[in-house]
Design a binder for this molecule. Structure first.
Ligand code: F6P
Length: 326
């Protein structure tokens, strides 16, 4: 087994709170084991453009509590092209980099796994995405902070909703996954949730809102940006045809969901995952994803992340309904 000596770390895809804490854990673990650490700027773009910076102990001081990613991130289309991956490899080879840690989502892991196979470079994936929709792990870095940001925003909306006896359609992120929406709905006491994994009975929902409006009650409806109707504005357009527009308001939370200082949970998992990734590379292991299952940090083959993600707690839907009957 050839001993790993130079490890590069990059963040890829949408940023998420806790990515900095994870970069810190990777770099500090390298320092501890007397390995050289490099930060790759702007995700896979940095590999292609040869934008790598040596990182030491001080470079990751005072970043654990900061949102975003100090390395910058991107969704890199070029990395799908074998010619650009070759350039990326040559840039790694120049510096004798013999281990790569990718903090990102399943799309980033797919590219990383292909790269690893093509050039025999050890790769470890760390799930980082507010969407928390990666197969093989119960948790991805950023989810808890995003959830806290969202429920605080919904709390604020509820204040004004109840004062005006209005119904709010609150749109949350999540891309093609309803994880954020479903968990928001339960933990903010919403009356209804729209999400990609669920076919909506629009007439039934219209009647529910009608009842709320006639009873002069406020309601919160969480709409996932990827839901089957097409987002909160589309749901609004449908409902306004029934003369409900006066009592309805739309609030799209947008990118505030992705920012902010990481929560306790995000700092914890980011740190555990980062340390574990370096430990795996030191053991000569590759093509793995670090994750958490049933509360335990686990290491799986990175290919598990490519399976379609299935929401484990769809039964929350019944609970949301049960608790909103009056
Ligand atoms: O994957 C994270 C995420 O925030 C999704 O929830 C959302 O659909 C997407 O990124 C937005 O990406 P961008 O910032 O590129 O518009």
């Amino acid at each position: 087994m050839v001993k790993v000596q130079n490890i590069a770390v990059l963040t890829s895809g949408g940023d998420s709170p806790g990515m900095n804490a994870c970069i810190r854990a990777v770099v500090r673990s390298c320092v501890y084991h007397k390995l050289n650490a490099f930060g790759v700027v702007d995700g896979f773009n940095g590999l292609i453009n040869d934008n790598l910076i040596p990182m030491g102990y001080d470079d990751v001081s005072n970043i654990l509590q900061r949102g975003g990613t100090i390395l910058g991130t991107a969704r890199c289309k070029e990395f799908h092209d074998p010619a650009f991956r070759k350039t990326a490899f040559e840039n790694l080879k120049k510096r004798n980099i013999d281990g790569l840690v990718i903090i990102g989502g399943d799309g980033s892991f797919k590219g990383a796994a292909i790269f690893s196979e093509e050039y025999n470079i050890p790769v470890i994936g760390i799930p980082g995405s507010i969407d928390n929709d990666i197969s093989g792990t119960d948790y991805s870095i950023g989810f808890d902070t995003a959830m806290n940001t969202i429920i605080h925003a919904v709390d604020n909306i509820r204040d004004t909703a109840s004062s005006h006896h209005r119904v709010f359609l609150v749109e949350v992120m999540g891309n093609n996954s309803g994880v954020l929406a479903l968990n928001t709905a339960v933990s903010s006491g919403a009356e209804e949730v729209f999400m990609p994994e669920k076919k909506e009975d629009l007439l039934e929902i219209k009647e529910k809102i009608d009842r709320a409006v006639h009873a002069n009650k406020s309601s919160i409806i969480i709409v996932s940006e990827g839901d089957q109707v097409g987002g909160a504005k589309e749901v609004f357009n449908y409902l306004q045809e029934f003369g409900l527009a006066d009592k309805l308001r739309v609030s799209i939370l947008g990118h505030i969901q992705r920012g902010g200082s990481p929560s306790y949970l995000d700092r914890l998992y980011a740190t555990l995952f980062g340390e574990q990734a370096v430990a795996c590379l030191i053991q000569g292991r590759s093509n793995l994803m670090i994750g958490v299952l049933d509360g335990q940090v686990v290491v799986s083959d990175i290919s598990v992340s490519q399976k379609p993600y299935e929401i484990k707690n769809m039964h929350y839907l019944k609970l949301i309904r049960k608790l909103s009957v009056y």
